[in-house]
Design a protein around this ligand. Structure first.
Ligand SMILES: Nc1ncnc2c1ncn2[C@@H]1O[C@H](COP(=O)(O)OP(=O)(O)OP(=O)(O)O)[C@@H](O)[C@H]1O
Ligand SMILES: Cc1ncc(COP(=O)(O)O)c(N)n1
Length: 275
């Protein structure tokens, strides 16, 4: 166990620390707020670097603003200089300037899992960044630093520029060709439920029942944050991906149906945990 970036899967060792880089969701279900709940549920300490703020509820996003790169840099330095991290999750990345700053800082991390959830649209359909210049910066700068990219099918098509591709295996391979170590395409089966993992060598189908509770706000955020936490704790990738899907599936099934009038939030505290 090293003192700086060591993985603390050992229960006797220090607690694993995870950092989420993303935006605030005023509704509390997705973004930074959702990630911190997922980190807590997975037993890791959570820190956050806020790169944007959204006025958002279960019905959609009504306003957004990004945080200046200077302030983002200060937050990153404050967290990494003192607390350190065993896993990094990146969510909303509003601009090419922000993405290149992240690349500049994260390239110095040594063997720390980096999970990139390239959020471009919320579950309710609102745009959350991802103009062409930002997509190019993700392709050229962030993907080569990424351990696991977790786009949905739409995001995977945008990232790879394979706009007509319907095969998650081909999309996942194209993302690995762009530099990510692995690609986990979420909600990859029309009509079913589950994800497609390409670990760089082998393909894995991660399937489960489709939930129809209407509680999927924050599902993507919870999924990538849980994956980050499991990897930070030393769980092997395939098991981490299966466990993240199973946990989120339960969080949709037992979602917060009493909260809001739109796509209700996932509820990570419901049900027993499958690990
Ligand atoms: N109705 C559902 N029933 C069961 N599992 C689901 C359902 N919808 C999504 N999932 C699971 O939730 C997780 C998150 O996937 P999803 O594609 O919803 O993320 P997203 O919100 O599109 O992601 P992003 O944060 O990249 O925008 C995946 O493991 C997926 O299989
Ligand atoms: C600030 C912020 N970040 C990410 C999402 C994606 O949410 P989902 O997990 O539902 O795709 C969101 N709605 N808001």
């Amino acid at each position: 166990m090293d003192g700086g970036t060591g993985v603390s899967g050992n229960p006797a060792g220090p607690r694993a620390r995870c950092l989420t880089i993303g935006s605030s969701d005023s509704g509390g279900g997705a973004g930074i707020q959702g990630d911190l709940k997922a980190f807590a549920r997975a037993g890791v300490y959570g820190a956050s670097v806020i790169v944007g703020v959204t006025a958002q509820n279960t019905l959609g996003v009504t306003a957004t603003t990004s945080i200046g790169t200077g302030m983002v840099g200060h937050q990153l330095k404050a967290v990494l200089d003192d607390i350190g991290t065993d896993g990094v999750k990146i969510g909303t990345t509003w601009s090419a300037e922000l993405i290149w700053l992240l690349v500049d800082r994260l390239v110095w991390l040594d063997e720390v899992p980096v999970v990139l959830d390239p959020v471009m649209v919320s579950a309710a359909g609102s745009a959350l960044g991802g103009d062409e210049e930002a997509v190019t910066a993700v392709r050229e700068g962030l993907l080569p630093l990424t351990w696991v990219a977790t786009p949905n099918m739409t995001e995977a098509r945008r990232l790879t520029r394979l706009e007509e591709e319907k095969d998650p295996a081909k999309l996942a391979e194209a993302i690995v060709e762009l530099g990510a170590r692995a690609a986990l395409i979420t909600d990859a089966f029309p009509g079913g439920a589950g994800d497609w993992l390409f670990d760089g060598e082998r393909h894995h189908e991660i399937t489960g029942p489709r939930r129809a509770s209407g509680c999927d706000h924050g599902a993507g955020c919870a999924h990538s944050a849980l994956l980050t936490a499991f990897l930070a704790r030393g769980m092997p990738l395939t098991r981490a991906a299966r466990t993240a899907h199973a946990t989120v599936s339960l969080a949709i099934e037992h979602g917060a149906a009493d909260i809001g009038n739109g796509r209700h939030p996932v509820e990570l505290t419901a049900g027993s945990l499958p690990w």
